[in-house]
Ligand binder design. Structure first.
Ligand SMILES: Cc1ncc(COP(=O)(O)O)c(C=O)c1O
Length: 399
């Protein structure tokens, strides 16, 4: 499988389009959860200008009144073409896909297909908190298999979790986050092949959340789980929502490997009533026509990763940050700051800057905070300034 590296697109950096005043007029969760004096760098929304092709697709739908129910396979076709071009993967078969309302509801539906109530679902903490909430909401039980200290999958830990999960005789699933939120780890072909072998050995079904896949930086290769040897029984969830900032335009795709096609075919027809037709049009336009925008975004995010490294070294050298190879999320180890289990609380209280707290990410989350890099260099700089001020204030309060 060859991967075609993305190049500089010549498009403007979408992270530099809006001023803070303009962003504060937004009405979404990122901007309305905290009071005006708080700088929000938490939930995974991006401070970007929307991609032109998406704006045109949505505008055309509105102007022509094309706002009914979804039909057709254009979304899956666009994703298949993107996967082929971007990741050199030609194995995404449109007939083995289904449109779902969003990635997390898609995860729930996939878990329902391959496990029963009370069955275990293995996850790799620290991990995206809704992996816990949605699994439990679906009446499944979470079994933790923490990432190693290097932020990578730990095969022995995973094997122990698979053994524990299957010991009771129920059907077990493994909810893989690929690339991983919050560390930005991109699993290698070897790691995923080992996962598939382990899953086969223990009869564990793999459900891969690959929502962050388009957000892999140059120099690293994203490997779709369904493309590795043994991945044929896997189910994947993909979406344009994270990479093109379309969370408000709900839609996602469930994709089955060849040996999981029968499972996906059992997904109830009613699930397909959830996604929005306009959302699907937007996602399709993004995947098909907005790869130049994505490349410009990745260039901007890459610059922000480096800026964050420099700002922390200068103002908060005790914070440990290992830039991930994917996602716009920075997982900050703040344990040496002495701010307790939830440093985001101190950043908010003393610095008026909102990060995502670490504890809900499960084992390994305490003492950490997650910072959203998808903003302008100015906002990022101000965020770190406020964090450093918070540490000084908290220290002063303790002294
Ligand atoms: C790993 C992961 N999965 C799912 C989601 C949410 O996706 P959706 O809004 O399509 O459910 C996110 C959002 O940040 C995420 O990071």
């Amino acid at each position: 499988m060859t991967r075609i590296p993305h190049g500089t697109s010549g498009e403007p950096n979408p992270l530099e389009a809006f001023s803070l005043d303009q962003l504060r007029r937004r009405t979404s969760m990122k901007w309305r959860t905290y009071p005006e004096d708080v700088l929000p760098v938490w939930v995974a929304e991006m401070d970007v200008a929307p991609p032109g092709p998406v704006v045109r697709a949505v505008t055309e739908a509105m102007e022509s009144g094309d706002t009914g129910y979804p039909a057709g396979t254009a979304y899956a076709e666009a994703l298949a073409a993107f996967a082929d071009k971007r990741w050199g993967w030609s194995g995404l078969a449109v007939e083995r896909t289904a449109i779902v309302p969003d990635v997390m509801l898609g995860v729930v539906e996939m878990l329902r297909l391959v496990t029963g109530p009370g069955d275990p679902v293995v996850v790799n903490p620290p991990v995206y908190p809704p992996f816990y909430d949605f699994t439990r909401h679906a009446d499944r039980r979470v079994v933790e298999a923490p990432l190693g200290a290097d932020g990578r999958l730990a095969p022995d830990v995973l094997e122990r979790a698979f053994r524990e999960a299957t010991a009771g005789g129920g059907r077990a699933a493994y909810l893989l986050c690929s690339p991983h939120n919050p560390t930005g780890t991109v699993h290698t072909a070897d790691e995923l092949t080992a996962v598939a072998a382990l899953a086969e050995r223990y009869g564990v079904r793999v459900v891969a959340d690959e929502i962050h896949a388009p957000l892999v930086y140059d120099g690293t290769r994203f490997v779709p789980y369904l493309s590795v040897p043994g991945g044929e029984r896997g189910l994947s969830l993909m979406s344009a929502s994270k990479a093109w900032n379309l969370a408000g335009l709900k839609a996602a795709l469930a994709v089955a490997g060849p040996a999981a096609a029968d499972d996906l075919a059992r997904m109830p027809e009613v699930v397909g009533h959830g996604p929005s037709h306009v959302g699907i049009l937007a996602h399709t336009a993004a995947l098909r026509d907005a790869t130049g925008w994505l490349d410009a975004l990745l260039d901007g995010l890459d610059a922000n990763r480096r800026l964050l490294t420099a700002l922390l070294a200068e103002q908060l050298p005790a914070v440990r940050y290992r830039p991930g190879d994917a996602t716009y999320l920075a997982w900050l180890d703040c344990r040496d700051l002495g701010l307790g289990d939830d440093p985001a609380e101190a950043f908010l209280r003393h610095g008026r800057v909102a990060l995502t707290g670490g504890p809900p990410f499960g084992t390994g989350g305490a003492g950490h905070a997650r910072l959203n890099l998808a903003t302008s260099p100015e906002v990022l700089t101000e965020a770190v300034r406020r964090m450093a001020a918070a540490v000084r204030a908290a220290g002063g309060a303790r002294a």
